[in-house]
Design a protein around this ligand. Structure first.
Ligand SMILES: C[S@@+](CC[C@H](N)C(=O)[O-])C[C@H]1O[C@@H](n2cnc3c(N)ncnc32)[C@H](O)[C@@H]1O
Length: 224
């Protein structure tokens, strides 16, 4: 029997499950961007629904405040990489963060983020390529929900996030559990450690899309 097409799948699952699974099934950067252009308007409602219970943005913001904002949130310059509609930025702003820049592949997601009013600057960027930011700019770089199936791979993205972080600054990210080893994230972190660029502050499993039982590796790297 043939596998269901996305349209067939729509009949038997909610729209939110459809978008989430379609996003993870993206076969190219273009595919992924097209999906988020459609999803942007309903993304926050869907991922916030109790059926999905996407807890990662708040958990990461809490971890960032604990490990990454030692100089105080209001004095820190932050990059939210793959910021989407701004869920992480909003959580950080609630902790008094003031200077938050965002990058994302999808103009439609960025346009929702812009409406939050909490980002200093929002720019389109493809994290599967070098990102157009200066070395050593940020105290904290967050990247939540973007290291997942069909989105952004470990190389060059992890190295790029480290590059734009200040010495002693931190990169706080989630990596979907099922791709942590197979997609090479763990190996790339070991490489960055071996090169003396970072030390691992934490590498623990956390709830992610809790309603689905999904877990992610919460990875916190300190730039040396
Ligand atoms: C699941 S959403 C997460 C958004 C936000 N960080 C959050 O936690 O709600 C994944 C985001 O990754 C972005 N994305 C996908 N591929 C990307 C790429 N190659 N470069 C930059 N962003 C990308 C999507 O546009 C989307 O906004």
């Amino acid at each position: 029997m043939l596998a269901p097409t996305p349209i067939q799948a729509k009949a038997s699952s909610s729209a939110s499950e459809l978008y989430l699974s379609q996003a993870r099934a993206s076969s190219s950067t273009e595919d992924c961007m097209a999906l988020y252009e459609k999803w942007a308007a309903s993304y926050d409602d869907e991922v916030g629904d109790s059926a999905q219970d996407y807890v990662a943005p708040v958990l990461v913001a809490q971890a960032a405040i604990k490990y990454g904002l030692s100089g105080g949130a209001s004095n820190s310059v932050i990059l939210d990489a793959g910021c989407g509609t701004g869920l992480v930025g909003v959580a950080l702003a609630m902790a008094n963060a003031k200077a938050i820049d965002g990058i994302d592949l999808s103009p439609a997601m960025l346009s929702v983020a812009r409406k939050t009013g909490i980002y200093r600057d929002l720019t389109v960027a493809d994290m599967n390529r070098p990102i157009g930011k200066t070395d050593g700019t940020y105290d904290l770089v967050s990247c939540v929900g973007t290291f997942t199936l069909g989105h952004v791979g470990p190389d060059p993205a992890l190295r790029e996030l480290v590059r734009v972080t200040k010495t002693q600054g931190v990169v706080v990210s989630t990596i979907l559990e099922e791709i942590w080893v197979p997609a090479g994230f763990k190996a790339e972190v070991e490489k960055l450690v071996a090169e003396g660029l970072v030390k691992v502050v934490t590498e623990e499993l956390i709830d992610y899309v809790k309603g689905h039982g999904d877990k992610a590796v919460l990875l916190i790297l300190e730039k040396i």
